[in-house]
Write a protein that binds this ligand. Structure first.
Ligand code: ARG
Length: 578
């Protein structure tokens, strides 16, 4: 249990002993100002209102019941009836250890499916998939760290009419005796060429449509071509995942086509339950929940008039699979906000159909669009989609220029490695540090800055602490043994200690809300608290007595561990020096 939860539990108990209704809770929050202590309980006023008594009187009764002597050295009633809790130095000092999660009790362990990345394989992965990939991966790491059972599902788009065009083009190249895999090494231009043939050559377009029919009919040769294509495309994706340090592997790929055989059953099941109506030949769910003011309903189409299935049908089959086969407690869909209506309709229909019962939490973790510095969707100068591989090349090149300027004395190979970590880290962190619900502006200068809430700033803060230990070693000292006494004498020491102890709270809340930017902000503030501590409380200077020095080294060590763990949960690497 994190500190907030511990206090909440104790104060809620006291509140109830003081006669408050059973539904009342303490509502403990971190305080906004140090003079209010570290935490405050806000729930007393509401309970007093229900009891029709003066909140101050109830607060006094709660105080009389409250046993917090071990944790706090002052609890006071403030304002109209808040409780302010000032944690005790000794208790804080005793709690300080490097971050380590307590695994959930077996009964509280959840199976959490995370649907992320999911590019369409017809084209090369582009920046549009970056946000899902990065945010989804951070969520997977955070939930795994907390001991949850995470199942990654890369719901790649590997089926649909656009493959007809690609397969027809592949077949043409093969007929000319050309080596297709070479051509496919640039998927983007392969797609463009196929599309151009499709748009300008009616005979080719006919062959493309015939390929679609053959593919759906299970034609062996056609399937063979398709597999070859998918294989190359997936290998492209995997190269990018590895380069980005994203934990997805080939075993996490659960493509749209995997659900093909289940689609007729999904539709007939919905039909049997009376959930579908025919509209211009298509099978649709008209759900009241989606009725507009003018009375019309936006239908959820599950089968086209030609009998074909759609994105929605596959997603229905996937919900059912995740609920039944994977036995999920939660499914997180890390997908572009523009698909919000799709997911609301999907979740509503899946519940009505009994594909997902009320215990299964279905959550669309939506994100906004990545914008260029001109405020428009991020594109190349020519207006095309920016290839991820090229974006990462540029990130590393720019980072290398910075490292070369800052640390020319380091060996070249180390400078390259540092630049790689900074460049990749900066791209990921820039995305993670913004609230995913808004659009975000991609800016090289701000993400690579060594100041502000950026990856380089935090990586630098970490390296700086590590350098203190190198110097301590030169002095004959070293990292103090874990458990060495921590003394919180200066205000800056205390502030740093409290911040360190709030790591668990932040992680818990990221796990619930799916907002990794909360963790970024925390790490940024932690680095700031450390810098202020380091200015106010010298460590290696002459005249610092050995008890203070050991204690401060210990605080520095735990800060470094917390930064490293936190950045690790965001998928960002640190380095010993830079
Ligand atoms: N392939 C889709 C796209 O690129 C995203 C799939 C998201 N996951 C899902 N279960 N619908 O837009």
């Amino acid at each position: 249990m994190n500190i907030r939860q511990q206090l909440d539990q104790k104060i809620t108990q006291a509140l109830q002993q003081a006669g408050a209704p059973a539904s009342s809770t303490a509502i403990v929050k971190a305080s906004t100002r140090p003079e209010f202590g570290e935490y405050q309980a806000n729930g007393i006023m509401a309970a007093a209102r229900q009891l029709k008594i003066n909140p101050h009187e109830l607060a006094a009764r709660v105080l009389a019941q409250l046993e917090l002597t071990d944790m706090a050295d002052k609890v006071e009633v403030a304002g109209p009836g808040f409780l302010n809790i000032h944690l005790s130095n000794d208790w804080l000092a005793a709690q300080l250890t490097p971050p380590a999660p307590t695994p959930p009790a077996p009964a509280r362990q959840q199976t959490i499916v995370i649907d992320y990345s999911a590019p369409n394989l017809a084209k090369e992965m582009h920046v549009g998939h970056l946000r899902s990939t990065i945010i989804g991966d951070a969520m997977a790491r955070v939930l795994e760290y907390l001991g949850q059972r995470v199942i990654r599902q890369n719901h790649v788009g590997d089926w649909g009419t656009q493959f007809g065009m690609l397969l027809a083009y592949m077949a043409d190249l093969k007929a000319q005796g050309l080596e297709v895999s070479m051509q496919l090494s640039d998927l983007e231009s392969f797609y463009r060429q196929a599309k151009q043939h499709f748009d300008t050559d009616p005979a080719f377009a006919d062959r493309a449509r015939a390929q679609v029919v053959k593919l759906q009919g299970g034609d062996t040769e056609c399937l063979q071509l398709w597999r070859e294509f998918i294989e190359i495309s997936l290998a492209h994706c995997q190269t990018l995942y590895d380069r980005l340090g994203v934990t997805l592997t080939r075993t996490d790929v659960m493509p749209e086509s995997a659900y093909n055989d289940d689609l007729p059953a999904v539709v007939s099941d919905l039909q049997r339950q009376g959930l579908l109506a025919e509209n211009q030949g298509a099978q649709c769910a008209f759900m009241d929940e989606f009725r507009a003011k003018d009375g019309s309903i936006t239908p959820f189409i599950v089968q086209k008039s030609d009998g074909g299935y759609l994105y929605a049908t596959t997603d229905l089959a996937a919900v059912r699979y995740r609920a039944r086969q994977l036995a999920a407690d939660r499914v997180l869909y890390v997908v572009d906000m523009r698909q919000s209506l799709h997911f609301r309709q999907l979740f509503t229909l899946a519940r009505k159909a009994g594909f997902a019962d009320e215990r299964l939490s279905l959550e669309h973790m939506a994100f906004g669009t990545m914008l260029g510095e001109d405020g428009r969707p991020f594109k190349t100068r020519a207006g095309g989609a920016v290839k991820l591989a090229e974006l990462l090349d540029e990130a590393e090149e720019r980072a290398l220029a910075l490292v070369n300027a800052k640390s020319p004395e380091l060996p070249a190979s180390e400078r390259h490695e540092i630049a790689r970590r900074i460049g990749i880290g900066a791209v990921k962190y820039a995305d993670l540090s913004k609230n995913r619900n808004s659009d975000y502006v991609f800016s090289w200068d701000s993400m690579l800055s060594f100041e502000g809430n950026t990856a380089p700033y935090l990586q630098y803060a970490y390296a700086r602490i590590r350098s203190i230990f190198r110097r301590a070693q030169d002095d004959g000292g070293s990292r103090p043994a874990a458990g060495a006494a921590i003394l919180l004498q200066e205000p800056a020491e205390r502030t740093l200690a409290v911040k360190l102890l709030q790591f668990d709270e932040v992680i818990d809340s990221v796990a619930i809300d799916g907002l990794p930017n909360q963790l970024c902000l925390y790490l940024y503030e932690l680095a700031g608290s450390f810098m202020r501590f380091y200015e106010a409380c010298p460590i290696l200077k002459a005249g610092v007595d050995s008890a203070a020095r050991t204690s401060r080294l210990q605080l520095a060590a735990i800060t470094a561990d917390t930064l490293k763990t936190g950045l690790g949960l965001l998928g960002i690497e640190v380095m010993e020096r830079m």
